[in-house]
Design a protein around this ligand. Structure first.
Ligand SMILES: Cc1ncc(COP(=O)(O)O)c(C=O)c1O
Length: 434
């Protein structure tokens, strides 16, 4: 397939690298994480499930801002709610009534939510949740499974600089889907663990009984159970993974999906536990920012009155099973794992023992993008309420064709020659080629 014209994207990226360390505000959105040289970098605008890059190319999007857009880009009633609130003001020195309305929506939707505090990012919500848990239990350590954001306590284990070493002793990791792993953490730190925090789906979904076992274990040790529902919330079900799996934690953190892309997060939970937040310094100037809360109320109303999550499951099942069938047809085996609304496509040496997974991914991203479909290397395929039947059919057809050609190039041994790869400083080469 012909190379895309990406001149404006590469011009902007060169300027960004000179102004913004790393070039982006979110690590996962950096150009090198996709297929640098053959994949768009900058979006101009979006509508529904489609984005248009700055060079005018149109794509069906599955990267979807990394998860916060549940209904689709520029969803009319959410955007109207933002415009209506804009007429009144963005943020005030006194409180805004929309804070009460938004809190009521979350209490109505989420099983564990009796009280609510709003914040701005997922990491803020997970940090607030563990502070509340420490204050409630009088204990200092936290058992943790999964990614919970960039703040010090979550990054201390891998510490690539800038984090006090001592913090790693306060956040102790445990393995997903292995109840004995969490048990060992409690046994090694008797009476010291304030809470276990977990992303309830892990990568592939919990084994039957696993979340129930964690629920029992935390209660037995007088610790709290915290669900990080930043991806699962308003995606698996209106009430998140806790509704979907029927296991209710003491506290939970929500962000993506709650306001169809507007920046708002929440820590929610049991009345007695959350009441601790009254006297803790969990406070930000923008916590009650009204445009995001107006978007949240409008999105939550839509979740309450339309079959949003049923439709997302159906469309996501259609896409993941279509991709799997194509992959099997072309000899790659099953490539999609996890629950389909957050299906993750894998291409590893298990899919083709003789191929370099990096090269296979580069080819798939490059060729899908040039056919108008944006995927993400090893990341969730985020399907929204706006992905249509036509989008799904086109996506499956594109992936089918690309995997068929990938197979041919692997057999001929000429895959490396097909990759329009280049280094980040080779923008001129890209301009010459496209
Ligand atoms: C499960 C989970 N928790 C927490 C976070 C952090 O959220 P944020 O990037 O909004 O701080 C993320 C971000 O991707 C996430 O996937």
């Amino acid at each position: 397939m012909a190379a895309l014209n990406l001149h404006k994207s590469f011009d902007l990226w060169q300027q960004a690298l000179a102004l913004i360390p790393g070039g982006s505000q979110t690590m996962s959105k950096r150009a090198k994480n996709f297929a640098y040289g053959a994949y768009p970098i900058y979006v101009d605008h979006a509508k529904g499930a489609h984005v248009w890059d700055v060079d005018g190319n149109e794509y069906i999007d599955y990267v979807m801002a990394l998860g916060p857009v549940t209904l689709g880009y520029r969803y009319p009633c959410v955007d109207q709610a933002i415009r209506d609130q804009l007429e009144k003001g963005i943020v005030f020195g006194l409180l805004s009534p929309i804070e009460v309305e938004a809190a009521r929506e979350l209490v109505d939707a989420i099983p564990c939510a009796e009280r609510v505090r709003f914040l701005k990012s997922g990491a803020e919500a997970t940090s607030a949740a563990v502070r509340i848990a420490r204050a409630f239990t009088g204990r200092q350590k936290v058992a943790s499974c999964g990614y919970h954001g960039w703040h010090d306590q979550w990054s201390a284990g891998r510490n690539d600089g800038g984090i006090p070493e001592i913090l790693k002793d306060y956040t102790i990791g445990f393995a997903f889907n292995d109840a004995s792993s969490a048990e060992k953490v409690f046994a090694a730190h008797p009476g010291e663990i304030a809470a276990a925090i977990i992303t309830p789906t892990g990568r592939g979904g919990p084994d039957p009984g696993y979340l129930e076992a964690l629920r029992k274990l935390t209660s037995k040790h007088g610790a709290l159970l915290i669900f990080d529902e930043i991806v699962t919330g308003f995606r698996l079900a209106r009430g998140g993974a806790q509704e979907y799996f029927g296991v209710v934690p003491d506290l939970a953190c929500f962000a993506k999906g709650m306001a169809n892309g507007m920046p708002v997060a929440a820590v929610v939970g049991r009345r007695d536990v959350m009441q601790k937040a009254e006297n803790l310094v969990i406070s930000t100037t923008y916590g009650g920012e009204a445009l995001s809360l107006a978007a949240l109320v409008a999105a939550c109303r839509e979740y309450r009155t339309k079959p949003v999550f049923k439709a997302i499951w159906q469309r996501a099942d259609q896409i993941a099973s279509g991709i799997d069938a194509a992959a099997q047809r072309h000899g790659f085996g099953k490539v999609c794992d996890s629950l389909s609304p957050m299906a993750t496509m894998q291409l590893t040496s298990a899919n083709h023992p003789d191929a370099d997974p990096q090269e296979m991914w580069f080819y798939v991203l490059q060729e899908c993008a040039s056919r108008g479909v944006l995927l993400r290397r090893g990341g969730c395929l985020f399907v929204t309420y706006s992905h249509s039947e036509e989008d799904a059919q086109k996506t499956v057809a594109v992936v089918d064709e690309v995997l068929r050609d990938l197979r041919t190039h692997l057999e001929k041994g000429d895959l490396a020659r097909e990759l329009r790869k280049c280094d980040e400083d080779q923008a001129d080469d890209i301009r010459a080629r496209t």
